[in-house]
Write a protein that binds this ligand. Structure first.
Ligand code: GLY
Length: 369
């Protein structure tokens, strides 16, 4: 006997990204208007840095709007992005009586949005979630696009799911409290977007990058908008990374490996900046980018107070081995994506953006850095 279980589905995961200042009331209004359906119970997941700065304001607005919101706090930093922390959140939510009729609000940076989005995706087999991004890194990259994940001892982001938020709020006023190194980290993803798809953004950064550290409104709004545009245009074409979305990994093959080998002493964006420089240098050898443009990428990273060289404490052999944990590895072979001059990516065939790179090729580049 044979049964055919028909489960064809049409999914509409479209959502809005709102950029502004102090968006707690907007969030409360949207929730009242049905952003997460009729759910009234909200788990606000945040970290212990953001909690002190912004949690009270958010909880107040949610309570005023008639929601029963409770806070779940993790220690800040990449080391919290683990399966164990996900379990801690799940158990805490269950103990407090949260069930399938709740929704999750991620209030924080990339670690919080990645972890909370993944937790929401499996809690009660999936509850809706919203991202309220409080860092430039989350605004530039992590909060948009639906990649959620945890890190493992082997490497970052290997366990996770595609899970799109119901809405993303980018609150630029929260950048005022970011330490410079966090601004720098977000700028690495911003420079990446300029390199891979927006020459105008790259040139704008060359004129204005220092102003981001002063939270200049016009500049912060410009980069927020351009970051979102580069990212969502790619995600709309290839949500599940069957090809094109790999371009968003520019600089991440070396970057993610350094981040792990540094034992997270380097922030994500700091590691990505080194990775951007590595792909640019290798790209120059392969004829994809001129020496002058490689220097422009390195100079812009330096002006963003980002490292462009590999720190002395990084074990080079360990780093080379770690490259092979990258998600783009196919049949045990390393694959890199490369920028084409400034603002475009090298395409190696239909929907093919990765190029095989040998251990020797990348080892030579890394030995110069
Ligand atoms: N951060 C890369 C991506 O969202 O695909």
């Amino acid at each position: 006997m044979n049964f055919n279980v028909k489960l064809k589905r049409v999914v509409d995961d479209s959502y809005d990204i709102e950029i502004g200042y102090g968006l707690y009331s907007r969030l409360a209004e949207d929730l009242k208007a049905g952003l997460v359906g009729s759910r009234k119970r909200l788990a606000v997941i945040t970290d212990d840095t953001v909690e002190k700065l912004y949690a009270a304001q958010m909880l107040e607005k949610l309570a005023e709007a008639g929601f029963k919101a409770e806070l779940f706090v993790i220690p800040s930093g990449e080391k919290s992005k683990t399966r164990q922390m996900k379990e801690f959140l799940e158990d805490s939510m269950l103990e407090k009586g949260f069930r399938r009729d709740c929704a999750v609000i991620a209030l924080g940076g990339g670690v919080v949005t990645d972890l909370a989005g993944f937790t929401a995706g499996t809690f009660g087999r999936g509850v809706p979630f919203v991202n309220y991004a409080t860092t430039l890194l989350a605004a530039a990259d992590a909060s948009v696009g639906g990649k959620t994940a945890v890190d493992t001892p082997l490497a970052t982001n290997l366990i996770g799911m595609f899970n799109q938020p119901k809405k993303v709020y980018i609150d630029i006023s929260t950048w005022e409290t970011l330490p410079d190194e966090q601004i720098s980290s977000g700028l690495a993803e911003t420079i990446k977007h300029g390199c891979l798809g927006d020459e105008q953004l790259f040139e704008y950064l060359e004129k204005n990058i220092e102003k981001v550290f002063d939270c200049d409104r016009e500049v912060c709004e410009y980069i927020s908008q351009h970051n979102c545009e580069v990212k969502y245009k790619v995600v709309m074409l290839d949500e599940r990374e069957s090809g094109l979305r790999e371009v968003l990994n520019l600089g991440h093959t070396v970057g993610r490996a350094i981040e792990t080998v540094s034992d997270y002493k380097l922030l994500h964006g700091q590691a990505v900046a080194i990775g951007l420089c590595a792909q640019a240098r290798l790209g120059e050898r392969l004829g994809f980018i001129s020496k002058e443009n490689v220097e422009r990428v390195e100079r812009l990273c330096q002006r963003a107070k980002l490292p462009t060289k590999i720190p002395g404490y990084i074990d080079r052999e360990k780093l080379l081995d770690k490259l092979y944990t990258d998600k783009k590895v196919r049949d045990g072979k390393l694959r890199f994506v490369f920028q084409k001059q400034i603002g475009q990516m090298v395409c190696f065939g239909e929907n093919e953006y990765g190029r095989q790179v040998s251990r020797e090729e990348i080892a030579e580049i890394l030995s110069e850095m």
